[in-house]
Design a protein around this ligand. Sequence first.
Ligand SMILES: *Cc1c(COP(=O)(O)O)cnc(C)c1O
Length: 456
Amino acid sequence: MTSQAIPYKIYLSESEMPTAWYNLRADMVNKPAPLLNPGTLQPMTAQELSGVFCDELIRQELDNDTALFPIPEQILSFYKMYRPSPLVRAYCLEEKLGTPAKIYYKFEGNNTSGSHKLNSAIAQAYYAKEQGLKGVTTETGAGQWGTALSMACSYYGLDCKVYMVKVSYEQKPFRREVMRTYGASVTPSPSMETQVGRKILAEHPGTTGSLGCTISEAVEAATSTPGYRYVLGSVLNQVLLHQSVIGLETKAALDKYGVKADIIIGCAGGGSNLGGLIAPFMGQKLRGEADYRIIAVEPASCPSFTRGKFAYDFCDTGMVCPLAKMYTLGSGFIPAPNHAGGLRYHGMSSTLSQLYHDGLMEAVSVKQTDVFQAAEYFARVEGILPAPESAHAIKVAIDEAVKCRETGEEKTIVFGLTGTGYFDMVAYEKFHDGLMSDYIPTDEELQVGFDKLPKV
Ligand SMILES: *Cc1c(COP(=O)(O)O)cnc(C)c1O
């Protein structure tokens, strides 16, 4: 089929939408390392996890073998309200760049929460409701996860308590109000409400917070309140499982037009959108059916893959969570307050960490001002105003397309455009006014985090 036949936007019909999530771990030879109990250093059992997480989500978390998980009917109906998301052929961007590369992006910003996070939020709220719980607690960084979860909880009539990283709480008052509109309560973190929050504040007075601190607070709130569980918007296997809907739709849309991707690019915070986008493609790669270059893009200010250590570490600053084996900067690492809040996590999904360790994917880090330059360029050409997180993937997609211009190669590039940036205008303002910095931690600064890794 010629490229002319491919529409600007490829939508799937309802009957072409995926009806099961795909569990990438089923095809991995080297499975991701298990979560460990920080006390005994033994793998966490379902029983031990049940005080923190919902039962069905624990089952999904621990299952490394089942390839397909049927999506419950109620979740499918909710998905139909905002999915399928379009796979857009970036004709205008290709022309502007003068590249022979063919560029596609999967746009996840077409829902009120503005990002891919709703794909997992609705699933997690569904299982909490099924279990008869009263509510859930969570952390949010930039606010996208909290927003998505608030929407999902209001749909199921669940109580939603969100701890929000303080710097974002202050920078993004409108994001906070969206969550409250959907009925959530929002607390800036670290707060005085929890033991761990008080401890962190005593040790780091005036801290602007980090996802790691906020997770500790949300977990404490869940485990100390009957009828509540904690839910997490990224990093965990269960979240990657739910986000596989992104990749399954992308692959179905490409297959529909006989297009084979060469390079797949996504930004990586905790790894959920990237893990979801690449899932079916990586599955083919693992089974020896096809090959792809897969690139994770992270901020130079929080470089878990490119400068982190592959080691067991705490998922949170307060060290109340299980240990996960992952590329990490150390749970005590607090990144410079850059503007891609969703990419400020110290660690990375265990699944993606294992794949990266096994040489099945690449990673690059990019500087903040270069990211915003790419974001602005993209907005002016393709119209969509991207989230700063998403713009990390845009930056590298453009770099790869420019390489194709130089070599004349007609590669097919697919990247994940995870969300919109309407709540990030303070960051755009800083960029426009020339006030944005490119803080990159020194080796000495990173060593401080590595020195505190648990000895496992
Ligand atoms: C949260 C978020 C990310 C990063 O999280 P992952 O779990 O790595 O996907 C990226 N983009 C947007 C818009 C986000 O909200």
